[in-house]
Design a protein around this ligand. Structure first.
Ligand code: PLP
Length: 394
């Protein structure tokens, strides 16, 4: 992969001015198809399908501007925006596996990804799955079978924030010709560059930090040009989870501020995490930016910063108290998702009480008092005061 020309901040904020009247912001190409002047021209376009504007299910000029910027941020050969993060994930995984193959992944992987790997692929294609403790590189090596074709990573994982040692795992995978895919949503393309550490394919839920304003659902796949051309003409074209031009335009708008948003979000999250860590009613804070975090050294080694999603354990597991805490927060709205301008809170116990028995719940190493917050761009002083007030309820 070639060394990129500009720093991230320049890359997202400088555009080549096109012939569109010198418009400073690229237009939304709200069209389904592109026409050709001659037989010869359309014939040539079909020969280079992955790079030609033919039909907007395959490629659209508005999407292309945003895709090129994301590919640049990730130091990849090419990027493809998709209709959702999960569309990016399923396309990337399907590129790597066929019937009867074997996948290795980590415990505590994002829920819908887990359903796809463990249930959907098992039932439809008899794909085998082994879970490992992602913190232990040896467990990955020990889990490899003759039919292993994919190691699927999420570092840090989005509930417990456990990391995987990306360089070591990719070294093992490359020696055995096993592909690696990483969900890099938490660190964002600003703070972690997995392709530079040897990962084959990087995916993001663009609905989180890249979108950043809680107003769109999208995903992106980034890899070498060779792998991307295969994904574009197979999984992307045939499964059809394409991005809409307006969403692509919003993503381009969001990319302008991604580097400065990530910096501000990290500062806020650090301040809130340190406050929570010092609070007597809190047992522990899971945040890779804290020196007290188990894998702090590895976090420093493979990331240049941290996202603003973190979790903490209340000292109580009394459901009534946890409920009172969550309900009395004013600035942290109760909801799923994360990565926007607005602070959010979620108590995983709400869904686990519906889906799992208490035994299954604790087997995951998670207790009822675990609270997840997404720290937004509000004043950290106000956020801390809101938490302080709510903690009086337990
Ligand atoms: C939200 C999320 C996804 C799925 O993305 P969608 O855009 O909601 O489809 C994947 N991975 C992680 C870590 C997420 O938080």
């Amino acid at each position: 992969m070639s060394k990129k020309k500009y720093q991230d901040q320049t890359l997202v904020n400088h555009d080549q001015i096109t012939d569109q009247y010198g418009a400073v912001v690229p237009p939304i190409y709200q069209n389904s198809l592109f026409t050709f002047k001659s037989w010869e021209e359309i014939d040539k376009a079909f020969d280079h399908k992955a790079d030609a504007y033919i039909y907007s299910r395959l490629m659209n000029p508005t999407a292309r501007v945003a895709e090129d910027k994301i590919a640049g941020l990730c130091n990849g050969g090419k990027a493809k925006l998709c209709a959702s993060g999960i569309a990016a994930i399923t396309s990337a995984v399907l590129h790597c596996v066929k019937a009867n193959d074997h996948i290795i992944t980590i415990r505590n992987i994002y829920g819908p990804t887990n359903s796809f790997l463990s249930t959907y692929l098992k039932n439809k294609l008899n794909v085998e799955l082994t879970y490992v403790d992602g913190r232990d590189v040896q467990e990955f090596e020990d889990a490899i079978q003759s039919n292993t074709t994919l190691i699927y990573l999420e570092s840090p994982a989005s509930l417990t924030f456990e990391l995987q040692d990306l360089r070591s795992i990719c070294h093992i995978a490359k020696n055995r010709k096993i592909k690696t895919v990483i969900d890099n949503t938490w660190a964002s393309p600003i703070f972690q560059k997995p392709l530079e550490m040897g990962v084959d394919i990087e995916v993001h839920s663009v609905s989180k930090y890249i979108g950043g304003h809680s107003d769109l659902v999208a995903g992106v796949i980034v890899s070498s040009e060779e792998i991307m051309n295969q994904i574009i003409t197979a999984e992307h074209e045939l499964l059809g989870a394409k991005i809409a031009p307006f969403e692509a335009w919003l993503i381009l708008r969001s990319l302008r501020t991604l580097p400065i948003r990530m910096k501000a979000l990290m500062q806020n999250a650090m301040e809130v995490a340190k406050y929570l860590e010092s609070h007597p009613k809190i047992a522990r804070v899971n945040y890779p930016g804290l020196e007290s975090f188990d894998q702090y050294k590895l976090a420093q080694k493979q990331m240049t910063g941290c996202g603003s999603l973190l979790s903490f354990e209340l000292k109580t597991d009394h459901i009534g108290s946890i409920k009172a805490f969550v309900n009395s927060l004013e600035l942290f709205s109760l909801g799923v998702s994360w990565g926007g301008h607005d602070s959010l809170v979620y108590a995983p116990v709400i869904s686990y009480l519906k889906e799992l028995s208490p035994d299954q719940f604790s087997a995951m190493g998670i207790n009822a008092g675990l609270i997840r917050i997404s720290v937004g761009l509000e004043s950290p002083k106000d956020l801390k005061e809101d938490l302080e007030k709510a903690l009086l309820n337990i």
